[in-house]
Design a protein around this ligand. Structure first.
Ligand SMILES: [Ca+2]
Ligand SMILES: [Ca+2]
Ligand SMILES: [Ca+2]
Length: 506
């Protein structure tokens, strides 16, 4: 079991006041905002395009969906609530950025789910039925007035983003009276506070009230699993410590691969098995009309399987490979696929930053004449993988925008062939208003599901036709039947979900 989060100081660069930034930083900040707008535009346009736009909230670390939801506000804390058919959604803005699930983060959520002071823990004039400590990643419910330990899975708790942020959005399941989730009544009360002072909790706290039915939202439309005609389907799949090769998981993987039918698969966590073995399994499960699946790996961990020939392979840095795939049959050109497994968790964060710099060094070389590697201009590039981005949010922007941490490899550059930043595709689950890609119910660290896996691509030469994460547990029986899946399949296969993008050449 690897613990996927690390500790970082709570104050992060985005706390800086925009107006006091030096000009260079302001320029950088404007670029970040532009990219964020691009990402929001994509994520809000894709699920609703063509259909009447219903009000939806997606737990994806983007906050445009909360616009207009009323906030309580006291001493720099703001809280807003909404509810959908399956979840209660809560958004809060903190006085400063935090990595919420890191030891030393000191935010506690109290929720009086039935609005009755007579049930739950008596505190701040209410009866809190759920207490969740984000920093220690532990919680309690109070059935019959007795405290009982609760996990994120017990509560259906999902948190975004996984990187440090001032703004946080969470979801809690609302299946009244079922499982470990306390009953939700007509009125919900709560408080966000810190575990200091008397009572184990700070006197300074942000209280809030919510009347059920006030901010109702819909769930986003289902995303179809089929690959749109004429597109190239690229998926990323962290297979959890060679789990693809465990025969006990084969039936689940077979159903998943048959439901998704990828053209190219980027793998992570192939440690001891040969990548050719992955190709052999795909030959059994989703055989090609002619020939066999192509595979390549430059080292352990990352690897690729492809319907199309793989012309070149580079070891970018340990855990990161790049492959030139002959995708001329669908894209009209070859594509570079960078498969990434960044250092996780307890490892020093500097390792991950060094890996990011080495990726950017390779990238700049690849899109520039001379040096060790040079691609034909405007070659489509995808970067997919388990990024393990769980700390400093600038690790995401560094990759997307081409901003190395160290100046020794050169300064910032535009990774989309000199035209700007990469697109962060940000797929959400087909049948769930969530964008998490990692979920390990009962993990000893108490971590809530989170977004660890990413798909980035060069938007000036690639269009996205469809994108999603497959999470079988949140699909209806009808949908599971339609796609030949079993409810437990994605959880049996891996602690990561497969994430999918269908692209065409622009
Ligand atoms: Ca959101
Ligand atoms: Ca109560
Ligand atoms: Ca070059």
């Amino acid at each position: 079991m690897r613990v996927p989060y690390i500790w970082l100081p709570s104050r992060l660069p985005q706390d800086r006041d925009f107006n006091t930034m030096p000009a260079e930083l302001r320029r950088l900040f404007s670029r970040v905002v532009a990219v964020m707008l691009l990402t929001v535009a994509w994520s809000s346009a894709s699920p609703t395009s063509g259909a009447e736009r219903a009000r939806v909230i997606v737990i994806d670390g983007q906050f445009g969906d909360w616009k207009g939801v009323k906030f309580s506000d006291r001493k720099g804390w703001q809280v807003g609530l909404a509810e959908g058919p399956r979840y209660l959604y809560l958004h809060f803005r903190q006085p400063e950025a935090r990595i919420l699930q890191a030891a030393g983060s000191d935010v506690v959520l109290l929720l009086d789910t039935d609005g009755k002071a007579s049930t739950g823990k008596k505190i701040f004039g209410m009866g809190a039925d759920i207490e969740w400590n984000f920093g220690s990643r532990s919680g309690k419910t109070f059935p019959g007035g007795v405290a009982r330990g609760a996990t994120p899975a017990d509560l259906g708790l999902v948190i975004a983003p996984t990187v440090g942020s001032r703004r946080i959005e969470i979801a809690l399941s609302t299946p009244d009276g079922r499982g470990g989730v306390p009953t939700f009544g007509k009125k919900v009360r709560g408080a966000i506070t810190t575990p200091l002072g008397a009572n184990g909790l700070a006197d300074e706290h942000q209280k809030f009230n919510y009347r059920r039915g006030k901010n109702r939202v819909e769930e986003p439309p289902l995303i179809e699993l089929e690959r749109p005609e004429g597109t190239l389907r690229v998926i990323n799949y962290n297979i959890e410590r060679d789990g693809l090769f465990a025969s006990s998981r084969h039936a689940a993987y077979r159903r998943i691969f048959r439901a998704i039918e990828p053209d190219i698969v980027g793998f992570q966590e192939i440690f001891v098995n040969p990548i050719a073995g992955a190709g052999g399994l795909l030959d059994q499960w989703i055989p090609l009309d002619t020939g066999r699946w192509h595979t390549a790996a430059a080292g352990a961990d990352a690897g690729i399987a492809s319907r199309f020939p793989i012309d070149s392979t580079w070891l970018v840095t340990p855990g990161v490979d790049a492959y030139l795939v002959d995708t001329r049959a669908t894209l009209g050109t070859r594509a570079l696929v960078v498969v990434v497994s960044l250092k996780c968790c307890d490892d020093p964060e500097q390792i991950r930053k060094t890996q990011i710099d080495e990726i950017l060094h390779f990238w700049r070389d690849a899109i520039t004449p001379g040096g060790a590697v040079s691609l034909p201009a405007d070659t489509p590039i995808l970067m997919i993988g388990d990024m393990n981005l769980v700390g400093d949010p600038t690790e995401v922007s560094a990759l997307r925008e081409g901003i190395p941490f160290s100046q020794t490899g050169g300064g910032p550059f535009d990774p989309d062939w000199g035209r700007g930043p990469l697109l962060d595709v940000l797929p959400r689950q087909t049948d769930n208003p969530m964008a998490y890609t990692w979920r390990s119910d009962g993990n000893t660290g108490g971590f809530a599901p989170g977004r660890l896996d990413y798909l980035f691509l060069t938007p000036s030469v690639l269009d996205v036709a469809r994108a999603f994460a497959l999470h079988s547990s949140s699909m209806s029986n009808k949908r599971l039947r339609e796609h030949g899946l079993k409810r437990s399949d994605t959880a049996v296969a891996s602690d990561h979900l497969p994430i999918v993008v269908d692209v065409t050449s622009r």
